[in-house]
Write a protein that binds this ligand. Structure first.
Ligand code: GTP
Ligand code: SPV
Ligand code: MN
Length: 601
């Protein structure tokens, strides 16, 4: 059992930012009565508060100080080795009926689940400090902005949420005093960080999240997957907007024409990297800017979709990040960053697999053990992450704080597929695009516990994040489309197709601009394409491949449709739809039949 940190006593003026809203105060009192903390710490997100909490975290070994010359204001956190990723098997959607949660979510009865959690939480914060964090998701003047409160007994959570959200006064102001205002209740306790007592539970009908037994990222930063996606998607359907697992980027041509695109790739499939793309030399004058790297909230405006990033920071995958692959990410994490589960060098710098340069001769690995290049184990956990404020990003889009959001020209779906799926293709129309999203699949990654590399269907990259019945979610997509007079075009990409000898056929990263340019050309009505049974496919000369070191055969392979593979793929679509037990809208069933017919011609 982990030795949990005892209560802290803040000096005057810190920890007393009590909100005025009676509904919040009542709820906090109720939770304090249940969990019995030594004291309550009302967070305001200020610099002084953060400095105090960092100092306490260093004393209690919750954070490890890094070399302040090499990575200023940055710290390392090691989570429990049994607690290093999202845990889908312990994640629940507790709607009044199982049918509302649908076939893809773990469901448990709300009354029973509240009772079970109350049992686990009774006295859980004895001798410890309970932190109350007010935060806002979305830009201050966005009609989509949402207020949340997270109660937690983890300082790592407080310091991380300060980076990931707009915390403190700004949230309290937006909430105001109306006790009936909409806000999310988030309750987190580490308990004894035991996988047997680890539950991430969502009660969408109560706008409530309760997470116990974990101290890691997405399980405990309740603003992110829990509120912005699971609860968010539930609210979005009720309120006629969209909450999606999508990056948002801006792309500007040398002539100064600018478009925004949103892209849904499953966890650890390239969203952060695409959102921070640095064009290669041949694309001089092209500029990519980041609005968001993980989550998009979109609303209908002027007959189109406008997107905001609800977050204020990035919780990104560390391994593989280098100046070579993504210098924007490297510059973002060079200061004011919390690292989780990376390796530590002898001079207190951070290291991970795939960082520039040779591995050091000696390291302390993510578990705290000695490591040398001869070690069998990885020095950094494959799902080690950085938490860094978005203002650190040199490629931050100037309109990131714009409340109305940015207009989306294209929506892109994509996953890790070694075979079958071409580099890029375009849906015929919105409804066909929804089908592409609904049937997308990806090889699983280290972002969630469980097998890695297994192909699974992950509709719209939302399988682990859709907070209600997936059939209703598909219908919501179709219904939104019917309200758009100027809908984004929909595309599918695959950066991960492999040759027979198991190597990636496409160089990826900055070179992905070549695919992005074709997508923009299509949006502007200039790009060429061939009609295929799966959608509009570029031929090799429709893509700008100048100065790219790639074999002609590789390009052909990347764009080819293998009929046998597609027969299997379409069978897998059917199997997936059938497995959902009758919730899939007729319109999508029809799309599948049309696709199958296309291959029989
Ligand atoms: P989450 O934060 O889990 O949602 O992940 P993400 O979708 O933001 O993925 P991220 O950009 O962090 O990339 C995950 C892994 O994929 C990293 O190891 C990257 O190096 C790798 N990756 C990203 N883009 C590409 C690409 O274009 N090609 C290849 N081969 N790998 C890529
Ligand atoms: C993901 O897994 O998609 C992430 C990381 O972005 S976590 O916040 O842990 O869900
Ligand atoms: Mn993600």
């Amino acid at each position: 059992m982990k030795n949990l940190a005892p209560a802290i006593s803040p000096p005057r003026g810190i920890g007393d930012a009590k909100p005025a809203n009676e509904a919040v105060l009542d709820w906090v009192q109720e939770i304090a009565t249940l969990t019995q903390p030594e004291n309550i710490f009302w967070c305001d997100g200020s610099e002084r508060e953060s400095e105090f909490l960092i100092a306490e975290s260093l004393k209690q070994n919750v954070l490890i100080e890094l070399n302040q010359k090499k990575v200023p204001h940055s710290y390392l956190h090691r989570s429990n080795p049994t607690d290093v990723a999202r845990v889908e098997q312990f994640t629940f959607v507790c709607t009044p009926t199982k049918q509302e949660a649908g076939p893809t979510n773990n469901w448990s009865d709300p009354t029973e689940t509240y009772a079970k959690l109350r049992g686990l939480l009774a006295g859980a914060m004895r001798g410890r400090t309970m932190f109350v964090i007010p935060y806002m998701m979305g830009p201050a003047d966005s009609p989509l902005a949402k207020i949340g409160f997270e109660i937690t007994d983890s300082k790592y959570v407080v310091l991380s949420l300060r980076i990931m959200t707009r915390m403190g006064e700004i949230a309290l102001k937006r909430l105001g005093n109306d006790p009936s205002a909409e806000w999310n209740r988030g309750l987190h306790s580490l308990l004894d960080v035991n996988p047997e007592r680890r539950f991430i539970c969502h009660f969408p009908q109560d706008n409530t999240i309760i997470s116990v037994g974990s101290g890691y990222g997405g399980n405990v930063l309740l603003s992110k997957k829990c509120l912005a996606l699971r609860i968010g998607s539930y609210l979005a359907r009720k309120q006629n907007w969209m909450a999606e697992h999508m990056l948002i980027l801006g792309v500007e041509s040398p002539e100064g024409r600018k478009h925004y695109v949103a892209a849904a790739f499953p966890s650890a499939c390239g969203k952060t990297n695409f959102a921070m793309l640095i064009p290669p030399a041949h694309f001089k004058g092209w500029k990519v800017t980041t609005v968001g790297d993980d989550i998009a909230w979109m609303q209908i405006r002027n007959g189109g979709l406008y997107a905001v990033n609800p977050e204020n920071g990035y919780f990104g995958v560390v391994p593989g990040t280098s100046y070579k692959s993504n210098s924007n990410a490297m510059r973002s994490i060079a200061h004011d960053t919390i690292y989780t589960n990376v390796a530590l060098t002898d001079d207190s710098d951070v290291w991970w697999e795939g960082k520039d340069g040779e591995p050091p001769a000696h390291l302390i690995d993510w578990r705290g053990n000695d490591w040398t290049p001869q070690s069998q184990e990885k020095a950094a956990h494959p799902n080690s992450r950085f938490t860094t404020p978005m203002r650190n990003n040199p490629a931050l889009d100037p309109d990131v704080e714009k409340g109305e959001g940015v207009p989306i020209s294209a929506i892109i779906f994509g996953g890790r597929r070694s075979d079958t799926v071409p580099l890029v293709y375009q849906a015929f129309d919105w409804s066909h695009g929804v089908y592409l999203g609904a049937t997308m699949a990806s090889e699983t990654t280290a972002a969630a516990t469980g097998a890695v590399g297994r192909v699974r269907r992950d509709p719209m990259a939302m399988l682990p994040f859709c907070g209600y019945n997936i059939g209703d979610y598909f219908q919501h997509w179709l219904d939104i489309g019917k309200q758009l007079t100027n809908p984004p075009l929909i595309f599918n990409v695959n950066w991960f197709r492999k040759s027979a000898d198991g190597k990636f056929l496409w160089p990826g990263f900055g070179e992905n601009i070549r695919v992005l340019k074709w997508i923009i050309d299509r949006c502007e009505g200039t790009g060429g394409a061939l009609k295929s049974p799966i959608g509009w496919l570029p031929s090799p000369h429709d893509l700008d491949l100048a100065e790219l070191d790639i074999d002609h055969n590789a390009v052909d392979e990347l764009l080819c449709l293998d009929h046998e593979e597609w027969q299997k793929e379409i069978a897998a679509h059917k199997e997936f739809f059938d497995s959902l037990g009758g919730v899939v809208p007729q319109e999508l069933q029809k799309q599948r039949e049309q696709l199958a017919a296309g291959f029989e011609l």
